[in-house]
Design a binder for this molecule. Structure first.
Ligand code: PMP
Length: 408
């Protein structure tokens, strides 16, 4: 199949983009929350729901063999996509949140004790705060927080002094879901590893907007969700280095994660199944494999250039709007913009713009501590995906100006 080399050809693959909302053509700019799905993904989900349905790994019948092949094939797709070394390093979960919880439970059980610490950053999503906080409470450990500066950048000047011998793991986001900043994860991993500290990366946004190579990055864990990268909801991935995953005890028990069960003692299956208890979301996993193939069939330069154009276009126009505050460093970011407007509540702006067909996010964006850091309770966020165009960015700017006129 020829590679897709044009944004309009990408758009044609997404039926959701053809609809009108509130009588206006949809301009969907809430991709940071969830993205739409291309036809190839939708078709596969429909096909599996209507025909190719059989529980994986368990039966000898044909339908089970087909779903097992789709499920394990998707594992190979993920492995290739993030350049992992071994298929055993790819664990299917229900999403980023489940992946964080898996590590916060399993890794902490054997590594965290009273007096230890976990280091996160001040710009984390609740999903990469709360599970660690719960683990710290359980084991009498302390949650330490790497501060950010006024532009939202990690205070890398403070990192070394915070990496004390009590820190047993560092857990940070690759790209902030509020600021859109691409964080210096390579440097952080290298500095942590110099001290023998493993690093967990929340890649919920990172996987969508950068070429992730876990082998080059050398991170110990990398987590992401399918639904933000054009696949189904309820599926996600935890990548973990094989030797670390091997020594971790399973978090959830059940079918498929066992080697042998007696009432006296259970032995566990080998990786990756050790961490995949119960019937997994095999249709979701297959949809993720399909989404990866879809992404791989698009000219990568096209995606990079479109993102760059949108970032520059948006930044140049937003900074000129009176009373508008843009959050975060605008130099090294993905097309995701969080802002506030003097005298207008973000939810009111979002509601007015919804009437104009523009879908935005407003509120705390699951990042209450980050809102506090910027002395606000709420922001308005526009987040772009591969199918968004400069015309849509222009429409967003025009509608925003109209909404501000109505409210301020
Ligand atoms: N981390 C980040 C940076 C995110 O953007 C999100 C989703 N907004 C999550 C974690 C949680 O992802 P999910 O809800 O898919 O588990």
């Amino acid at each position: 199949m020829d590679k897709i080399t044009d944004i309009s050809d990408i758009r044609r693959e997404f039926p959701a983009l053809e609809q009108s909302v509130n009588g206006k053509p949809l301009v969907y700019l809430d991709n940071g929350a969830t993205s739409h799905k291309p036809k190839s993904v939708i078709d596969l989900i429909n096909e599996m729901n209507s025909r190719t349905n059989g529980n994986i790994h368990r039966a000898v019948h044909e339908l089970s063999a087909r779903t097992t092949a789709l499920y394990e094939g998707a594992r190979e797709d993920v492995m290739r996509f993030i350049n992992a070394r071994h298929r055993e390093e790819i664990i299917f979960t229900s999403g980023t949140t489940a992946s964080v919880n898996l590590v916060a439970n399993s890794f902490s059980a054997s590594h965290l004790k009273k007096g230890d610490s976990v280091l996160i950053s001040q710009s984390e999503h609740h999903s990469n705060i709360v599970p660690w906080q719960m683990a710290c409470e359980r084991y009498g450990a302390t949650l330490k927080v790497l501060p950010i500066d006024d532009e939202g950048n990690w205070r890398m000047d403070l990192l070394d002094s915070m990496l004390t011998s009590e820190v047993k793991i560092v857990a940070v986001a690759h790209i902030s879901n509020v600021l859109g900043i691409v964080n210096p994860v390579e440097e952080l991993v290298s500095r942590c590893h110099n001290r023998g500290i493993p690093v967990f990366i929340d890649g919920a946004q990172g996987i969508v907007h950068s070429s992730v190579d876990v082998t080059a990055l050398d991170c110990d864990f990398y987590a992401f969700s399918g639904h933000k990268m054009y696949a189904a909801t309820g599926i996600g991935v935890l990548y973990g280095k094989k030797d670390i995953l091997e020594e971790m005890q399973p978090w959830m028990g059940g079918g498929d994660m066992v080697s042998s069960v007696t009432f006296e003692k259970t032995t566990y299956a080998a990786l990756p199944l050790k961490f995949e208890a119960g019937t997994p979301n095999f249709i979701g996993a297959a949809s993720l494999g399909q989404a990866i193939k879809f992404i791989e069939n698009i000219d990568h330069t096209l995606l990079l250039e479109n993102e760059k154009r949108i970032v520059e276009f948006m930044r140049d126009r937003l900074i000129k709007i009176d009373g508008l505050k843009l959050y975060g460093n605008v130099d090294n970011k993905i097309p995701l913009f969080s802002l506030s407007i003097k005298g207008a509540h973000p939810s009111d702006v979002a509601m007015i713009m919804d009437k104009m067909g523009v879908a935005l996010r407003s509120g705390q964006m699951c990042s209450e501590p980050l809102m506090k850091r910027f002395n606000t309770e709420s922001m308005l966020r526009a987040s772009f995906a591969m199918y968004n165009t400069l015309d849509e960015a222009q429409y967003f700017i025009d509608c925003l100006k109209r909404a501000i006129k109505m409210l301020v």
